[in-house]
Design a protein around this ligand. Structure first.
Ligand code: 8YV
Length: 315
């Protein structure tokens, strides 16, 4: 049997690349210097796209592949896939939900703790000799017992909230409606009102055109000078200009961010700020989870080409 031709948008670890190469004819888009020429050359044979959450597949890429049947995303977020273009041609789209939920929640909670307790600066305080030379490290902010807001109580938001109960945080959440699995956590429909009663605001929404900049200047102002914004979703959920301005003038206390507009080339203004914890979009970045994500990407492609039901179809 001839192997189906797959356009590979970004690199994968070798434990995924080997099995992918064994089952499919992989065309490495990310290695091409002239991407348009590469697409024009291989596009006509492509039946599948293997991509990553943050890379997706845009309309031009989809249009360049007239035989395209399936797009398999390595990531739970599929906002970077042009779903309209895919739907219009009956192209199926899969993602990797569930397998990464707990790791993403872990990183969100870890960022809250690290940032609130000043652990990055404290580490440097020990390593650069400040402890011995200057004495005690400056006091930081308590976490336990405070109020947390979770914006988007989906799978990841739920796991964040569940973990936060362990720190005796008072939890409230916003979503399109109250969730029956919310275990008595307070439902607050309006994100501005949620931010106003929160010390920590976690952004755990699936990104879409409708959620773009849902965290804007009003939400940020409501969170206020002692509030912390934690984003483990997508940068597009936050108005970055408003966020930067508020962090710079102190109208927002601090932020802990795993995602950025234009990543990996984030706005350099973030790097000049002492009140931001920056992370390189690695909330799902553990061996265990990435292996499960890679398997799901392959299993969805294999199921599609074998005429079997897809495991995790989004469209
Ligand atoms: C990335 C993610 O896909 O799940 C998502 O939506 O953004 C991540 O897991 C990851 O960086 C792999 O590319």
């Amino acid at each position: 049997m001839t192997k189906p031709h797959i356009l590979q948008v970004g690199p994968y670890p070798e434990w995924d690349q080997g099995p992918l190469d064994a089952s499919f004819h992989m065309h490495r888009y990310f290695e091409a210097v002239d991407k348009a020429a590469f697409l024009a050359d291989v596009g006509p044979q492509i039946r599948g796209i293997a991509t990553r959450g943050e890379l997706g597949a845009n309309a031009a890429m989809i249009a360049a592949c007239p035989q395209l049947e399936v797009i398999s995303v390595y990531g739970v977020g599929y906002d970077a896939v042009d779903l309209e273009a895919a739907r219009a041609r009956g192209i199926r789209v899969t993602n990797t939900p569930d397998v990464l939920t707990n790791d993403v929640a872990d990183l969100g909670v870890a960022m809250m703790l690290v940032q609130s307790r000043g652990m990055i600066g404290a580490e440097a305080w020990v390593r650069d000799g400040s402890w011995a030379a200057k004495g005690l490290y400056p006091l930081q902010r308590r976490v336990w017992g405070k109020r947390a807001g979770v914006l988007g109580l989906g799978r990841i938001g739920f796991e964040v909230a569940k973990r936060l109960t362990g720190f005796d945080l008072e939890i409230a959440y916003s979503d399109v409606g109250p969730k029956e699995y919310a275990k008595g956590w307070e439902y607050i429909a309006d994100p501005v009102a949620l931010a106003a009663r929160s010390d920590f605001l976690f952004v755990t929404l699936a990104a879409s055109a409708a959620t773009r900049h849902i965290v804007g200047s009003e939400v940020i102002a409501a969170l206020g000078p002692s509030g912390m914004l934690i984003n483990i979703s997508r940068a597009s959920n936050i108005d970055e200009d408003a966020l930067l301005a508020a962090l710079e003038d102190g109208t927002l206390g601090s932020a802990a961010l795993d995602v950025f507009e234009g990543e990996p080339k984030l706005n350099p203004r973030f790097l000049a700020l002492p009140n931001v914890l920056v992370q390189p979009h690695h909330a799902s970045g553990t061996y265990e989870t990435r292996q499960a994500m890679g398997k799901l990407v392959r299993d969805n492609l294999t199921a599609h080409f074998a005429g079997q039901p897809l495991l995790t179809q989004v469209a």
